[in-house]
Write a protein that binds this ligand. Structure first.
Ligand code: ZN
Length: 296
């Protein structure tokens, strides 16, 4: 998802939470204040290791936000779906056998162009046949060929997936735990799950400590969670308690999507920030995180 529009928070009604909005634990500590009026804080949950906002829009106003302030270009994931598609394919290709049949779910994937790219590469290079299902909260106007646009109910009811993609979507959900449970349940044993989420709080703190003019936008109320290294690396332990066995295969700063040609300065700054994160385990000033998870 890509969201551009600035909004006035005083137009909206919020609900406050005293416990973790991911796992409901009350073992939480305040991390940062990101908005003064209304006051919005990020809390860290010691149980599930997520960072979450202590306010969310009411259900009615969540609908208002997404129907009135949503950019019409969000139906394509990211700047160029083929960049993310290629990245996911590179990881998946060594795990898929030639001539196999794969079923892919692109959850919150807009028109499904990332999943379509992955599937087409698997067809061309691995002779795989494929089925693509896409779930998105929006009715997609320009539908792609060979893509099924499905409802969330039919995910659990009907299918078992080889690959599930949830790129830049989990942080938008009011209750992402239920969705993750559903997605991991829908994944076949030995299937792969890819997620990309914002991981901005450490970067925001660093910029403030250095008194940099450029502020990090936490994109509230669009983004309700900050999910990085600590959260994703802990997720197999968390899901053990729900009897779901998963293993994190890759956990790293998210790929750089900015095209070098058009935005050279931004591209170089992003590379410099993210690069140490691939090497040093305590470097978290990366702005975004990604994981490849395997169902056991
Ligand atoms: Zn929690």
């Amino acid at each position: 998802m890509k969201l551009n529009k600035k909004i006035d928070l005083s137009d909206f009604e919020f609900v406050s939470y005293n416990s973790c909005t991911f796992c409901n634990s009350s073992d939480v500590v305040k991390q940062d204040t990101i908005h003064k009026s209304p006051e919005v804080n990020y809390f860290f949950c010691n149980h599930c290791k997520v960072s979450y906002t202590d306010k969310q829009l009411s259900v009615k106003d969540t609908e208002k936000l997404y129907s009135h302030y949503y950019d019409e270009h969000v139906f394509k994931t990211g700047i160029n779906p083929s960049v993310l598609g290629k990245h996911i394919f590179r990881f998946i290709s060594s795990k898929v056998t030639v001539n196999s049949s794969v079923r892919i779910l692109d959850y919150g994937g807009g028109d499904g162009s990332v999943a379509k790219y992955v599937a087409e590469e698997l067809r061309k290079r691995k002779k795989c046949s494929y089925i693509i299902d896409v779930y998105d909260i929006y009715e997609i106007e320009n539908k792609l060929d060979a893509v099924n646009y499905i409802t969330s109910e039919s995910i659990l009811a009907n299918y078992q997936y080889d690959i599930i993609i949830a790129s830049a979507v989990i942080e938008h959900l009011n209750k992402p735990l239920d969705t993750l449970k559903m997605l991991f349940t829908s994944l076949k044993s030995n299937g792969y799950f890819y997620a990309r989420t914002p991981f901005n709080l450490p970067l925001k703190n660093m910029c403030e400590k250095l008194h940099l003019k450029k502020k990090v936008d936490m994109q509230f109320p669009w983004h309700l969670f900050d999910m990085g290294r600590i959260f994703w690396n802990h997720i197999p332990v968390l899901f053990q308690s729900y009897h779901i066995k998963i293993s994190v295969i890759k956990s790293q700063p998210s790929l750089i999507e900015i095209p070098f040609k058009n935005k050279k300065k931004r591209y170089i700054a992003t590379v410099l920030l993210k690069f140490p994160g691939y090497i040093f385990k305590n470097w978290n000033n990366v702005g975004g995180w990604e994981v490849f998870i395997k169902k056991i």
